[in-house]
Ligand binder design. Structure first.
Ligand code: SAH
Length: 367
């Protein structure tokens, strides 16, 4: 048996798989054949791929793996949303959330372990940055959720939408996120349309431009403030890519068509939620094909921010709405299981660390 590390087939989009099979002296159609098994049928064993010869199955066993994470925890919220903590091969944990609604089922997918952007109102920022996820670790979140939700091959689709809004900044893990989204879009992968995949970014301007060329899925931008001085504070990345550049890039992203960019705006009491902020936001978005998503702040331990009152959110909404901006207030889902927006923080790992810390403390505490 070869000692070279085996290729995780989940790391390869269709073009990657074709190259893999070609290098093995196989025909390129093997790529779609294997994708149908993995993504269409949810098969994880080469031996179950019955239209592949025994000889090729044996070769795949030697050269390749289908590497999936372990389920570290599985929590169901009272409102039906479900949060999984997946343990990766190196012990790191990431979170994935499923949000069922009447007309659709949305999976919120992570792109990094931790995050380096340091937005003060986001709990993922508290854990710092650990590493990028591989393509396989990103797409495996869909594979696992599909399996754990009990999706039947060919049955009604339980996951109709994907949002790249979990832990991490997807545009700072560009190549792996693009390959994973290509698998989501591929008819032999998950067959989702571009409209049904939304990538949320804090505003990595050059990467937004590149995204338009490579894989122009729906775009959401975490704006959170209507001027640079406040946004510099809330989203430190703004110091590198200020609001005007960001909004010009957003305009170019959607072009002349009917598409709009979704702007996320977290409602922080006394920080960014005044009438004046709302009016400034209206001005700021003038000429940008925009939708605004107001997100009531989801608190987490040790945060210094508070959620705006419902009245305040309503008033802010009214100002945007009467200025003709399509605005929605996002319902908070999965509160009771810490699955709400911005609460994903690899809790499991934290707990492990705490345990280690308290053991150490016990050793030095006299009894
Ligand atoms: N890094 C990407 C995607 C991850 S965050 C981005 O910045 O867009 C997904 C969304 O949740 C972002 O709009 C983010 O600003 C928001 N968010 C983060 N923490 C939050 C919190 N505590 N309450 C409400 N929304 C939060």
């Amino acid at each position: 048996m070869s000692t070279a590390p085996r290729t995780n087939l989940l790391d390869l989009d269709r073009a990657g798989l074709e190259a893999f099979f070609t290098a093995q002296g196989e025909k390129t159609f093997r790529a779609t054949q294997v994708m149908k098994w993995i993504y269409g049928q949810g098969v994880e064993e080469f031996a179950a791929m019955s239209n592949i010869s025994k000889a090729l199955q044996a070769r795949l066993e030697e050269l390749a793996v289908i590497d999936l994470p372990e389920v570290a925890s599985d929590n169901l919220s009272d409102d039906g949303s479900r949060k999984w903590l997946f343990r990766l091969g190196d012990g790191n944990c990431i979170e994935t959330v499923y949000i069922p609604e009447a007309e659709r089922g949305t999976l919120c997918v992570s792109s990094q372990v931790g995050c380096m952007l340091n937005c003060g109102f986001c709990s993922t920022a508290q854990q710092g940055f650990n590493r990028n996820l591989s393509t396989g670790e990103i797409i495996a979140q869909l594979w696992m959720a599909t399996r754990l939700l009990g999706q039947q091959p060919g049955g009604d689709r339980l996951i109709s939408n994907v949002v790249m809004m979990g832990m991490g900044e997807p545009l700072l893990n560009y190549d792996n996120v693009i390959s994973a989204m290509r698998i989501m879009l591929d008819d032999f992968g998950y067959g989702l349309s571009k409209r049904r995949i939304t990538l949320s970014t804090a505003g990595v301007v050059p990467a937004i431009r590149q995204l338009r060329e490579d894989c122009d899925v729906s775009l959401a931008v975490s704006l959170h403030a209507p001027n640079d001085s406040l946004r510099n504070e809330l989203v430190p990345l703004n110091r590198k890519y200020p609001i005007r550049d960001l909004l010009d890039t957003c305009k170019a992203y959607v072009g002349e068509g009917r598409r709009r960019v979704t702007f996320e705006y977290v409602m922080l009491a006394g920080v960014n939620d005044s009438d004046q902020h709302a009016r400034e936001l209206v001005q700021c978005l003038e000429g940008v094909p925009a939708k605004v998503n107001l997100i009531p702040f989801n608190p987490f331990p040790q945060t210094r921010y508070l959620r705006s009152s419902n009245n305040r959110i309503h008033r802010f909404f009214e100002i945007l709405n009467s200025a003709g901006i399509v605005t929605i207030t996002r319902k908070t889902r999965g509160d009771d299981i810490d699955a709400a927006c911005g609460q994903l923080a690899g809790k499991f790992q934290d707990r492990t660390r705490r345990r280690v810390r308290s053991q150490t403390a016990n050793q030095v505490t006299p009894v």
